[in-house]
Every structure is written in C-alpha cells, then in structure tokens.
Design a binder for this molecule. Structure first.
Ligand code: ADP
Length: 913
C-alpha cells in the first residue's frame, strides 16, 4: 500500500500540495463548483456549473454533510472542519451522474461566517496521467515482446510468442488471445498462436484457418465487434465480446490480434487505439519479419538446390562495365574459379558455333531489349566428349545506369541430346519409310467419317500423290471399283473393332493400280469416342503379282509334270510314293490318284530293291543326285528297264526327307542293245567259225587216225585188248574235247540273263581261252596268259565279259596278222593278265601288233568305226564291248605300249558285306 492511500498520507498530501490562493480567484462562480459550507463542514448550497454534474443536488438534510456528495474513498479527506482544511489543496471525488466519479480539486477560504470550498475539475488531468502510465507500461510490454521475438532462435519463436501473448493477456485481463496472419497462399487468415486463460473457453487453436472473414473489418483501427456490424465474425468469437486489432505493413493489413470474451472498453478504458495498435505491431512486426526471413531463407535454399540439381543459375551482365556475374553454383558447374568475369571470357566458354549468335543476341538485348532465348553448347577442349548444352534466357531490367541484363542458364544437355537422338531416330525412320514401300497415314474421325489428315513423305514417291489428292471422296475414287466394297467394309470394321487389316488396289497418279495392304488402328479419347485412325499402307503389288506368278508357274509345272512323257514321282525314303504323274500311273496300270501310298519296291526283286536302297543311302546334301538304270517286274509285262534319276530332299540335319525322281522307259533301247550285243556275239561266233573248224577238226583228225589204226589192226587180226582200249580212250578224250568246245559255244551263243549276277572274272578268262586258245596257236600267235592268283567277284554277265575278252583278243590277232604281213620277223603274242586293288579288278589285254594310230585312239569305241575292209570289220566289237563294261559299272580304256595296243577292262569289285 502506498503512503498516499492512508489517511495520514492524504493529510500530508493535503498540506504539501496546497497552492497559494490568489485573492482574485476567491470567488469564481462561472467555473467549477463552489460549495458553501458552514463551520462544521455542512453544505449550505452549491453554485457553479459543475453542480449539475453531481448525482445529488438537493440533499435531504440541511445542511447536508459534505461526505454525502463524495465517493466513499474521498470521505476521509474531509474529516474535521473547514477551518482545519484551510491552506490545503483538496482532491475530492464527487458522486457524479450515472455513478461516475467527478474528480475535483480545490481549497477552502473563509467568507464572513461561512466557508467557501472552491473546486475545479481535474478529471482530464487524472485521466491523462493514468493513460500516460498505461502507455508507458504498454510500451514496455511492447518493447519487451519485440525484443524477445526478434532475438529468440527460430526454433523457440512459437514458444516465445505464446509467452508474450500470455503476458499481454494477463496484463490486460484478456481471457483468450490469438494472433492471426495471412496464410502462405495469401488467400485467408490463419491463427498462428493463441493463449487462453485457464478458466476461459477455448475459442481457437493454433493453425486454425479463419478464411477471409476478417477482411470485412476496418483494417485501420482496433474495434469491438458488434453483432449488428459483424454478424459473420461473431461465431468466431464464441458469440461474445470480440475485440480485434489490425497490424499494417507496406503490403496492407498483415496481422490481427484477436481478443476473445473481451469488452476492451470496460476492461482497459485507458488504452487508446494507438496503444493497441502499437502493442499489436510490437508482436506482429518482428514475427512477420522473422517468418518472412525464414521463408526467404527456405526459398533461397530451395533455389540453390534447384539450381545445383538442374545445373542452372542466374547470370547478370552490367551494361556499363561489360562484366558478367554468375550464380556461384553455375560458376562451379561451368568449372569457373571466379563467379565474376568479363563478357569476352564468358563468351569464350561458348562453342564457336554459337558464340557469334550469342554475342549478337546480347547486343540486341542490350540495345533494343529484344528478349534473349538461345541454346548454346559449351566449348570443350575434347571434341569427342558429349556436348553440354545450355538454354540461355535473359531480359533487360532497370534504366539508365542501373540498367542491367539478367537471365539464367539451364543445363539442357539431357533434353538436347535426347532431342538429337530422337531427331536422328526420326530421320532414320523417315528415311526408312521413304525408302520402304510403306506409307503411314492418319485419318481424323468426324461424324462417322475418317478424313485423311496426314501421310508420310513416302506417299509421293510411292503413289505420286499428295495429301490433297487423298481427301475422303478422292480416295474412294482412286480405289479399284472391284475393291471399293472392301474399303467401305474396312472403315466400318475399323470403327467397330478398333483395328483392321485389309487389302485393296489404289490408283496412283499415273493411273496404275497398286495392291495395298492396309493395317489401321483406331485411337479413342478418354470417353472411348473415336479420335483418329493411324495406319500403314504397305505396297504389296510385287508380292501379290509374284504370288500370282508363282501360282501360275506352279500351274504350268503341274501341267508340265502331268503331261510329261517322262515318269515323275516323289517318294519317301522307304520307297512309298507320295505323288506320281500320269505316265508313271500308266506304266503301273493304275490312276495317278492311286499312286500315293504304293511302294515302289513292290515291283523290284529283293536284290534290285537292296541295290536301289543302297544307292539312295549314298545320297547326301552335298551330292543329292544319283542316276541309274533300274529294272522292274511290272504287272503283266516282261522286265522293264527304266533310266532313273533321283534327287534327295534333306532336312536341316541332313536327313533324307523325300526323293524326287524322273525316269524314262529304257526297255526298248535295252532290248535293242541286247540284240546288238547278241548280233555282235553272233558276228564273233561267225568270225570264230574258221577257228572253230580247226578246233573241232583237230580231235576229228586224232579220232580218224585212231580209228584207221584200229581198223588196220583189226584187218590184220592183231588186235590186242589193251591197244583197243587205249585207242578208244583217246577217241573218247577227243570227243569230250570237241563236246566241250561246242558246249561252250552254245552257252556263249545264248542271250544274257535279265539280271546281273556276281561272278569271278577269272572264269571269263578261262572261258575265252577255251574258245580261242587253240585257234590262236594255230595262227602262230603266242598266248602269254598269267595265272590269276586272287579271287574276286564282280557283278554282271560272265558271257558278256567273255565276249569283251574275245573281241579284244580277236582284234589283237587281226592286228598281229596284218602286221606280220609286212614284218615277217614278227613273233606275235597276246598277253592276258589280271590285277586288283581294294576297289577294282583290271584285266589287261596287250599285243605287239604295233598299236593304234594315235589320231584314231579317240574314235575306236564309236559304233561302226573300223579300219578293216568292207565285209571284214563291223566296227561294232569295241563299241559293244564298251557298253558291256559300262553296264557292269566299269570302264574300258585303251593306250599304246611301245609294242602295240593295250586294252584295260576295269571292273568294280563286289565287296562282301
Ligand atoms: P572291227 O574289228 O570290226 O573293225 P572293232 O570295233 O572291234 O571293229 O575295232 C575297231 C578298230 O579298232 C579296228 O578296225 C582297228 O582298226 C582298231 N583296233 C582294235 N583293236 C586293235 C589292236 N589290238 N591293234 C590295233 N588296232 C586295233
């Protein structure tokens, strides 16, 4: 309690502050209040204008005590009598109208027998003093809040704010207080922090969004909310007394101090609007500053990291100095030590290809403010490195000497390189399409119709057409009349199914039709409605025509095969026919349709079939063809001889899949050949007839001699049994000898059998000698025959090989005899010997008859070639012999030795399995 509050204190005050009383102010009835008192302090009457402001103007008692006019607090100040108050200043609170105190100050002065208490109104004075005190407190509070909020760490800012709100709330007895700021998007207000006294209801919470309701308030002064003026805000304040104080900054109202459940007028009557505004500013200004600063720093950090991540940064070019500033991050990405450099240095970092353009554009920006936007490459020492591209944009800002060019550089290498890759790919694709027989098109959908809107450039080279030539109507016009229905169907299908594949003919600019394979797809929008069709025309004219040609050619081949006189067939490796033409069917006495499934081997003997299969097994992908003469036993016929050629068809592993064969009937030729052989044989026989007469004469002579001798003995009667037996035996031997010759002649004279058989060629030599040896010797020709010391088998006809040997020996004999006519000294000989190797056996027939004129060597195997006189030589011997040896799979050849001719019969040895 201060000393002024006690009675004693008041008395002291009364004495101390008493003003001197000037005589001319003794009675001033025009101002203030004059109270006329009796000696005891009782009020006699009141004068002066202030008496109307008193609650009690006509007291009940008379004289009424002065205290009945005073507020209870002031009663103590007027104890005692007026005389005692003399010389003191009296501060008295009178009861005013409406219960309001009336602050008056005055003094007493004696009148004749009464006292006059002269009082002046000091209400204003007191109010001012109170207000000054409050303002001071308020300023203190504000300064404290301001300082705290400014200096605290950012992390503690919410806490400090709450503390400061609490201080304010407590100081001004505000039950609920909050500070609201514009939210970050600036589209409404938001409670930043609040403080609620423990006994007050919670009106708000932190971060509560308030919307734009506060915007309706007058932003220039604190205001008490009233139901009538601010109906929308009432609910925000719990429909109770709300008091709000705005805070302004350069951008307008930036914050509100919200005081809930707070009749400000009553609770803080001495607070001026100014005080509230200052207090609010003290809270909001540092707060906003801190928050803005924080946001700014975040923004900067984001920018920094964004620039680093994007490889971007600002640049700034000063007009007057021609120096360039770069964002530090940009400078370091560019590998520059310094973020400040001259324009020339900066330009030097740009690739020469773009340097001049950049310079020119910067000039244009500088002089004419033409906005700059350019893509440049960095100049790199190693040209092989992937280029680094930057997009450079800039604009001019400021005027006069403050004018500068600012902009940014953005690393667009990724995009640029991708762009270039894409451009390359695009170019390749364009090229591909342009050079391929394909056209890509787009047709836009509009009301059920597809309008061509795009064709790839290949349209012109391919069809000689342009987009204009392909409007809906024109396109239909160009389609071949026969194919139009297909085209309409294609469009219907495309719209219905979403994709289509069609084939039709389209007329090009020259009037030629192209077969087009059209594949299209329909693209739809989100709602599933058709937007456009994308498709591809593939020119398949050539393929179509080729297919047509293949078909035609196949048809021709089919006809060829059908009508061919040759037998044509296909069969599987097991000899089952899969196809055979008419001639084959005719031979086999059936219809061509009946051939598939028939086994070719069923017309062959076991041996023939084995030989046939053996031949097939030799076929290989490298050597797929084999020819042979095959003999078959056809139904109801004698043997047939076919010259047969097989071609194997193999799979990838080289396995035989099927055989295609062509054959011709060789039976007639074969018969003729056989007849020829036979005639040749007969000719040989005829030729041998002379020799044979001698052969047979010899035993006949021996027998005649024996018989003559026996008869002679019989007539002399001197017949001994032994002698007779001896002669008869001799005769018998000669008979046998003759019989043997005749027998062999008979065998030799027979036709060869149909099938070849294995035999030992040594037997043919023996057979030949049995026919010729004696005759030869009779002609004085020595036979030098070497023993055959090996045994082999060849396949063929033994009689035919004998015939060959006979021909050769007879020819040798003829040559020898002819030679001897000119050379009497000649000792003619014919040598016959045999040799073998692993695969072949060779029979040699040589003579010393002088040989064959080398000019004739090539011709002697020709049929009818002879050097002998007409009627002597037939010219068939060697040619038939040649055919026989060939037929046995062998070879007949001739050469000259120093003495004479040298013939060689080479035959394949039949290998035993
Ligand atoms: P031909 O004996 O009826 O003439 P060939 O075909 O047997 O018919 O013989 C053809 C020709 O070959 C003979 O006319 C002959 O000139 C020649 N010739 C054949 N063998 C011999 C040989 N050993 N020495 C010399 N010439 C020969």
């Amino acid at each position: 309690m201060s000393s002024g509050d006690t009675l004693f204190g008041r008395l002291l005050q009364r004495q101390r502050v008493a003003p001197p009383i000037a005589p001319d102010t003794v009675s001033t009835p025009g101002i203030g209040l004059q109270v006329h008192l009796d000696a005891h302090g009782g009020v006699i009457h009141l004068t002066g204008p202030l008496r109307h402001a008193l609650a009690q103007q006509t007291p009940h008692a008379h004289p009424a005590p002065l205290t009945s006019y005073l507020m209870p607090d002031s009663c103590l100040s007027v104890e005692g009598t007026p005389e005692e108050w003399l010389g003191h200043s009296l501060d008295l609170d009178f009861q005013g109208l409406g219960g309001q105190p009336l602050h008056l100050r005055g003094w007493v002065q004696p009148l004749a027998d009464t006292w006059l208490l002269q009082l002046l109104d000091i209400g204003d004075l007191l109010l001012e003093r109170r207000q000054a005190r409050i303002r001071e407190q308020c300023q203190q509070l504000a300064a404290q809040a301001n300082e705290q909020l400014r200096l605290c760490s950012l992390a503690r800012l919410p806490e400090v704010l709450t503390e400061q709100l609490q201080c304010v709330a407590q100081r001004f007895q505000i039950p609920s207080i909050a500070i609201a700021l514009l939210d970050e998007q600036g589209d409404g207000w938001q409670v930043l922090h609040h403080y609620t006294a423990f006994d007050a209801p919670d009106l708000w919470h932190d971060n509560q969004r308030l919307g734009t309701r506060l915007d309706s308030l007058n932003g220039s002064a604190p205001q008490q909310l009233s139901r009538s003026e601010h109906p929308r805000l009432q609910s925000l304040f719990g429909n109770a007394d709300g008091f709000v104080v705005p805070y302004h900054d350069a951008q307008g109202v930036a914050a509100w101090l919200l005081c809930g459940l707070y009749p400000a007028q009553q609770r803080a009557p001495d607070m001026h609007d100014r005080d509230w505004l200052d207090l609010t500013a003290a809270l909001a200004a540092p707060l906003l500053e801190r928050l803005r600063e924080h946001r700014h720093r975040l923004q900067l950090e984001r920018m920094e990291s964004l620039q680093t991540l994007l490889g971007t940064g600002w640049w700034e070019l000063f007009d007057d100095t021609e120096s360039v500033h770069l964002a530090p991050s940009l400078a370091s990405t560019l590998g520059l030590g310094n973020a400040q450099l001259s324009l020339q240095e900066w330009l030097d970092h740009v690739h020469p290809a773009e340097r001049e353009e950049l310079n020119a554009r910067l000039q244009a920006l500088q002089n004419d403010s033409v906005a700059l936007s350019l893509c440049v490459r960095l100049h790199r020492t190693d040209a092989a490195q992937t280029p680094i591209w930057y997009r450079l944009q800039g604009q001019a800002v400021g005027i006069g000497k403050h004018r500068r060019l600012i902009g940014f550089m953005l690393d667009i290498s990724d995009i640029k390189n991708q762009q270039q890759d894409a451009a390359k790919a695009h170019a390749r694709l364009d090229n591909l399409i342009a050079s391929s027989p394909a056209v890509i098109y787009v047709q836009r959908y509009a009301e059920g119709v597809l309008h061509p809107t795009f064709f790839s450039d290949s349209l012109l080279p391919l069809l000689g057409l342009s987009l204009a030539d392909c409007s809906v109507g024109a396109l239909v016009e160009r389609i071949h009349p026969e194919d139009r229905d297909q085209y309409f169907e294609r469009t219907r299908l495309l719209l219905r199914e979403g994709s289509v594949r069609a084939r039709y003919r389209l007329r090009d600019s020259r009037g030629d039709y192209h077969w087009l394979l059209d594949e299209a797809k329909l693209l739809r929008d989100d709602l599933g409605l058709p937007v456009e069709a994308v498709g591809l025309w593939l020119d398949v004219t050539e393929a179509t025509l080729a297919a047509e040609q293949v078909k035609q050619s196949e048809e021709r081949y089919r006809i060829l095969v059908e009508d061919s006189p040759a037998m044509i067939c296909r069969y599987r490796p097991d000899l089952t026919l899969t196809f055979g033409n008419r001639p084959l069917a005719t031979y086999l006495e059936c219809q061509p349709e009946q051939l598939p499934g028939v086994n070719l081997g069923s017309w062959m003997s076991t041996e023939q079939r084995e030989a046939f299969l053996m031949r097939l097994s030799d076929l290989s992908p490298e050597c797929p063809v084999s020819s042979a003469e095959i003999s078959l036993q056809l139904p109801g016929r004698e043997h047939a001889w076919w010259v047969w050629s097989d071609r194997g068809v193999f799979d990838e592993q080289g396995r035989l899949l099927e055989v295609q064969a062509v054959g011709r009937d060789n039976t007639e030729v074969r018969r003729t050949q056989q007849q020829l052989t036979q005639s040749a044989k007969m000719a040989t026989l005829g030729e041998m007839a002379t020799g044979l007469a001698h052969e047979i004469n010899q035993p006949l002579n021996v027998m005649r001699m024996a018989i003559v001798n026996v008869l002679k003995r019989l007539s002399s009667g001197d017949v001994q049994i032994d002698y007779l037996t001896d002669k008869l035996n001799r005769i018998d031997a000669q008979v046998q000898r003759a019989a043997r010759v005749v027998d062999h002649m008979r065998v030799f004279g027979r036709r060869s059998e149909i099938e070849q058989h294995p035999f030992n060629p040594a037997h043919a030599i023996e057979g030949t000698l049995s026919l010729l040896a004696d005759g030869m010797r009779g002609k004085g020709v020595e036979l030098r025959v070497s023993e055959v010391d090996f045994e082999v088998q060849v396949r063929g006809y033994v009689d035919q090989l004998e015939q060959v040997l006979i021909n050769l020996m007879v020819n040798a004999r003829d040559a020898l005899l002819a030679q001897r006519e000119t050379n009497r000294e000649l000792e003619p000989w014919i040598a016959v010997h045999a040799e073998r190797d692993a695969q072949h056996v060779r029979l040699w027939v040589e003579d010393n008859g002088g040989g064959i004129d080398p000019r004739l060597l090539e011709r002697i195997f020709e049929p009818f070639f002879t050097t002998k006189p007409v009627g002597v030589g037939t010219g068939l011997g060697l040619s038939v012999s040649y055919g026989i040896v060939e037929n046995m799979g062998g070879r007949l050849s001739v050469s000259n030795s120093p003495q004479g001719a040298r013939f060689c019969i080479e035959l394949p040895i039949l290998l035993e399995n």
